[in-house]
Design a binder for this molecule. Structure first.
Ligand code: HEC
Length: 116
């Protein structure tokens, strides 16, 4: 039963993500990196984790091997789900690779992009 619910939930999230992806344009506004230095420790830590794990495929939140993230309107919990489970070419990240705290901070970092 629990398993079944998980599959339904996952299918729903993937469908939603495909929809949100369709909304997101490939190109978005460039990020003003400098201004993050003034923001809180979580965003800074998120930036560090992002540079370690995500930057190579999502350079500065723009499209690289992966699609642009800045313009993706999906809610943060869906993005965190994607980081844990991966999708297509995107690898999944275990708790050993990205801790719970770091995952949250990456989320904060992604959100911060939208504010600046
Ligand atoms: C090996 C390259 C690679 C790495 C590393 C990677 N991604 Fe991705 N990412 C992708 C690809 C490719 C997709 C598109 C997946 C698909 O739709 O099939 C994607 C999709 C996404 C999406 C969904 C957005 C969209 O428009 O499809 C999010 C959010 C995302 N990545 C965040 C991250 C974060 C955060 C990290 C670091 C923890 C990360 N990715 C690391 C390749 C990567």
């Amino acid at each position: 039963m629990r398993n079944h619910l998980g599959i339904v939930l996952m299918a729903g999230l993937i469908t939603a993500q495909i929809f949100w992806n369709a909304c997101a344009s490939r190109k978005s506004e460039p990020v003003k990196q400098k201004e993050f230095s003034a923001v809180d420790a979580h965003v800074k830590n998120g930036e560090k984790a992002f540079m370690t794990h995500c930057q190579k495929c999502h350079p500065g939140g723009e499209a690289g091997l992966g699609p642009a993230l800045n313009s993706n309107p999906a809610p943060q919990f869906v993005k965190r789900f994607q980081m844990r489970h991966g999708l297509g070419v995107m690898p999944s990240f275990t708790k050993e690779e990205i801790s719970k705290g770091d995952l949250k901070d990456i989320s904060a970092y992604l959100k911060a992009w939208k504010k600046y």
